[in-house]
Design a protein around this ligand. Structure first.
Ligand SMILES: [Fe+2]
Length: 267
């Protein structure tokens, strides 16, 4: 090997460099723009039958006089937040869809970030779930979800809340009422930066669903006027291991397994 050019001579004919001066565009060379950092967010549109089943399920829970509040454990400045049990998802016929969505998110994320060759075992599972029935002036302050790895939100009912405030000086600005906003970093949100985005705002619609890392900060903006903005949120855990020489080797996820909350499993 020629030690004076760090091996370049092996790949390129350096004597041709002088003849390449007419090449002014990088179209003919390998040119990739990669994005190797940052969290994965799944944006999903639920099948119509899943949305119908979840609407019926949440209607029944909200109408149940024995429904259990989950508000004490949640950040929302919202009056109606109620526990969902695994049996609710199972009996509504949506449990398989929801568990599969988490599993697919884990597998797609894992394929980008870890070596999945060999005898790989990937497990995931929902750990707890709840209904958020949000009304006028209620909101969710900036928060993230502890005790889990993954979180998800599914939108059941979304009233048309845009333009209700009618502030003349803001007429040309985006209307965030009722939107969910994720913040990953703030440095890239200045000066219309196109090289990196540190925040992601999503305008929900019935049937839309997001899956994201549970550490990701997010908030929900309030709205004014009539209507119920109804969503389902749940947390999940995952674990990836590799079977090697009769032993289970840790690859990613929660080292102590998936922590399903006791109340979620109880009927
Ligand atoms: Fe949240």
């Amino acid at each position: 090997m020629n030690s004076t050019n760090n091996g370049l001579q092996d790949k390129f004919d350096l004597s041709r460099i002088g003849q390449m001066s007419s090449v002014t565009e990088p179209r003919s060379c390998k040119f990739e723009v990669v994005k190797p950092f940052g969290p994965f967010i799944a944006v999903i549109e639920m099948p119509k039958e899943i949305l119908i089943a979840l609407t019926k399920m949440t209607d029944e829970i909200l109408a149940n006089p024995h429904k259990q509040s989950y508000g004490e454990s949640l950040a929302g400045v919202i009056e109606q937040e109620y526990k969902i049990f695994k049996s609710d998802f199972v009996m509504s016929g949506v449990n398989e869809f929801l568990e599969s969505a988490i599993s697919r998110y884990v597998i797609k994320s894992a394929k980008s970030n870890v070596n999945l060759t060999g005898d790989i075992k990937i497990t995931s599972g929902i750990t707890d779930a709840w209904i958020v029935s949000q009304h006028e002036n209620e909101y969710n302050p900036m928060h993230n979800h502890a005790g889990c790895e993954i979180s998800s939100v599914l939108y059941i009912k979304v009233p048309n809340v845009k333009g209700r405030r009618g502030i003349k000086s803001k007429a040309s600005q985006p209307d965030s009422d009722g939107n969910i906003q994720f913040v990953y970093n703030s440095a890239s949100e200045r000066n219309g930066n196109i090289l990196e985005k540190g925040a992601f705002e999503f305008e929900p619609y019935p049937g839309s669903m997001l899956i994201f890392p549970s550490y990701l900060l997010h908030s929900v903006y309030p709205f004014i006027g009539e209507g119920e903005r109804r969503s389902i949120a749940f947390n999940a855990g995952y674990e990836i291991t590799k079977e090697e020489n009769g032993k289970s080797k840790y690859i990613a996820g929660n080292r102590s397994g998936i922590k399903v909350l006791t109340h979620y499993q109880n009927v």
